[in-house]
Design a protein around this ligand. Structure first.
Ligand code: ADP
Length: 322
């Protein structure tokens, strides 16, 4: 029933589910760049992990018919690392930098002129004989991805001509992804079960795909040829994912916010200390979905639990699952 080596990343814009307005405008920019035989403007994607930033970058390269070089902010430690990558790019190529907010400052500064003028200033020689030479680069497109838009410095942010915020997906969109990936992975699943996975995947395609694989494991053990809702519910309960798609980490957050801090408002620093969790994890992974389902509000005074969240925690205290 399985073949997990097949690539399930969509290769074309038309195969990419959801994010309609991004796809629509990207289509225009890609076609325009192609017809003018020009490079695409530098593009920045931001949003929580697993929403398709890397996938969209690959699709852009594919649609433009150019090569893409993948790297990450923390992997480029020195200006020399960046120089080696940039010099290796051919005309029109894409350089994809994930976690671009983690680029060292010295590297970032060199990137400015590479992005703007396609020039690379390099210091040659040492001490007294040191002088700067400027290398001309092939025109390239930088695609940056980040989960922390606020941590990108304004000068870097301003050098991206195209900036997109990726939103969490609806259960129906995730259902479509699950059905599509199920076909590629040769996993048989009913429409109803695919929607159920979509409802429990916290709006994130990566989580939906992981859940599909875990549910497939359960179905195999139970000798079920087709995944139905019953298997999904059973697998989720064993993974401690509830009907809202909430997991242990979400519940820890809500127990702190509703229990310890009486529903807020409470500042992120205080919550982070109380939970013993990194601020970034709370802001990037836990809160976007809790806000989307109206459990939590971010206000200038701090986080507030809604009535929905209070009811949920009230119920969960009587429920053995938690
Ligand atoms: P990010 O770079 O934002 O962390 P990825 O691009 O790595 O996310 O996507 C995570 C997984 O989800 C990949 O397996 C990808 O194929 C899948 N995926 C993400 N978005 C979509 C989408 N809109 N349609 C289909 N599959 C998607």
């Amino acid at each position: 029933m399985q073949n997990s080596n097949k690539t399930i990343r969509p290769q074309k814009l038309s195969d990419f589910v959801g994010q309609e307005s991004i796809k629509e405008s990207l289509k225009v920019f890609i076609n325009s760049a192609k017809s003018r035989n020009a490079t695409l403007d530098h593009t920045l994607f931001y949003g929580p992990p697993g929403l398709g930033k890397t996938t969209l970058s690959g699709i852009i390269a594919n649609e433009l018919g150019v090569s893409i070089k993948h790297t990450t902010g923390p992997a480029i430690e020195k200006v020399g690392d960046l120089a080696a990558i940039l010099i290796g790019l051919s005309k029109g190529d894409i350089l994809f930098i994930d976690e671009i907010h983690r680029l060292p400052k010295s590297v970032e500064e060199v990137l400015y002129s590479a992005m703007e003028d396609f020039k690379l200033p390099i210091v040659a020689g040492s001490k007294r004989s040191a002088h700067t030479i400027v290398l001309n680069l092939n025109r390239f497109t930088l695609i940056g991805a980040t989960t922390r838009f606020g941590l990108i410095s304004p000068p870097l942010r301003d050098r991206f001509g195209i900036v997109y915020h990726l939103e969490l997906y609806t259960p129906e969109e995730l259902k479509e992804i699950v059905l599509h990936d199920g076909k590629i992975l040769n996993i048989k699943i009913s429409d109803e079960a695919a929607l159920l996975i979509g409802k429990r995947a916290r709006g994130v395609p990566r989580i939906a795909i992981q859940l599909l694989r875990r549910v497939r494991d359960f179905a195999e053990v139970k000798n079920k040829r087709i995944i139905d809702s019953e298997v999904v519910i059973e697998a989720c309960s064993s993974l401690r994912i509830d009907e809202f798609g909430l997991n242990e980490l979400d519940r820890k957050y809500l127990h702190n916010l509703v229990g310890k801090f009486k529903g807020g408002p409470v500042g992120i620093e205080t919550l982070s200390t109380a939970m013993g969790e990194d601020k970034g994890t709370i802001e990037d992974i836990i809160e976007p979905y809790l806000m989307k389902i109206n459990f939590v509000l971010r206000t200038p005074k701090g986080r507030i639990a809604t009535i929905k969240a209070r009811k949920y925690i009230g119920k969960s205290e009587e429920n053995t699952l938690f």
